[in-house]
Write a protein that binds this ligand. Structure first.
Ligand code: CP
Ligand code: NVA
Length: 302
């Protein structure tokens, strides 16, 4: 049983499906106007070392809808930003809060926070992983495709935090996964090791067209993630061709959906044309961050 959500592999298949089911129930409750104050009296601290629109707003709003309270803690204002060790910050926050969400650079920092705070910790994005996004993605895929078995997700672009978490999450859910990444930008070694046990359900190639063949879901993310801004020029050259466009769409399944974690850079990883034609799917995906994270908080913090 997991006590924190630090990366996708913290969840087994049953735990993953329980979270998705709860997320769908909470979404439906809200449509019907049924309140669900599952975390009344509880407080979530949200530490941010990087920018955010979706993660910040969906966690804060989600906590409010669950009857609890959320504190926005920018690292620029915390003593952690002036060098107070994470172990000390963790031991202090552990005495005030009921849970912590953190967005930072190093995965190790998230692990340390969980170890020393004694609280449920939720990874709101590190350089290595973005599990909350993938829960919302899987929720959206299930809404559009009705299930996961036999469905294929194709990811085109950087072997980054999104790619790492999608590989683990989609394989765990039962999907086939094909990724097209340049040799220099492959996903993390431990993720590739995880994927090995799924044999032919996983392929990695440098050819976006091969990866996209008959895909039910096309997924991409920015070429230069937060913290890599100075590499943008180099990456624009290295990722040329790793784009979701009309030609890629043409080799995918006829009823393909397109997903993007956002923010998107039009005409880099995705054309404006494809983005706008699939905007409903992409913004449903963004909405599902709220429902999926409420399920995570309600499960870990109650
Ligand atoms: N997708 C995502 O995590 O968005 P934000 O960076 O706006 O939180
Ligand atoms: N890979 C991107 C995801 C943003 C949600 C980043 O880390 O900046």
């Amino acid at each position: 049983m997991y006590t924190s959500l630090l990366k996708m592999s913290d969840l087994n298949r049953d735990e993953l499906f329980s979270l998705l089911d709860l997320a769908s129930k909470l979404k439906n409750d809200r449509r019907l106007g049924v309140p669900h104050p599952l975390l009344a009296g509880k407080t979530l601290g949200m530490i941010f070392r990087k920018s955010s629109t979706r993660t910040r707003v969906s966690f804060e709003t989600g906590m409010y809808q669950l009857g609890g309270y959320a504190l926005f803690l920018s690292s620029a204002d915390l003593q952690i930003g002036r060098g107070e060790p994470v172990e000390d910050t963790a031991r202090v926050l552990g005495r005030y809060l009921d849970g912590i969400m953190i967005r930072t650079f190093a995965q190790e920092e998230v692990e340390q926070l969980a170890l020393h705070s004694g609280l449920p910790v939720i990874n709101g994005l590190t350089d290595y992983a973005h599990p909350c996004q993938v829960l919302a993605d899987l929720m959206t895929i299930r809404e559009y495709k009705g299930g996961f078995d036999g469905r294929k997700l194709c990811y085109i672009g950087d072997g980054n935090n999104m790619c790492n978490s999608l590989i683990v999450g989609c394989l765990t859910a039962g999907m086939d996964v094909a990724i097209a990444v340049p040799e220099k930008y492959r996903p993390a070694e431990d993720v590739l090791e995880f994927a090995k046990s799924y044999d032919s359900k996983f392929i990695m190639t440098e050819d976006p067209f091969k990866a996209a063949e008959k895909a039910d879901v096309l997924y991409t993310d920015v070429w230069a993630s937060m913290g890599m801004e100075e590499e943008s020029e180099q990456r624009r050259r290295d990722f040329k061709g790793y784009q979701i466009n009309r030609e890629i769409e043409a080799v995918a399944a006829k009823d393909v959906i397109v997903q993007h974690c956002l923010p998107a850079h039009r005409e880099e990883e995705i054309t404006a044309d494809v983005f706008e034609r699939h905007a409903n799917e992409i913004f449903d995906e963004a909405e599902n961050r709220l429902h999926a994270q409420k399920a995570v908080m309600a499960t870990l913090m109650k």
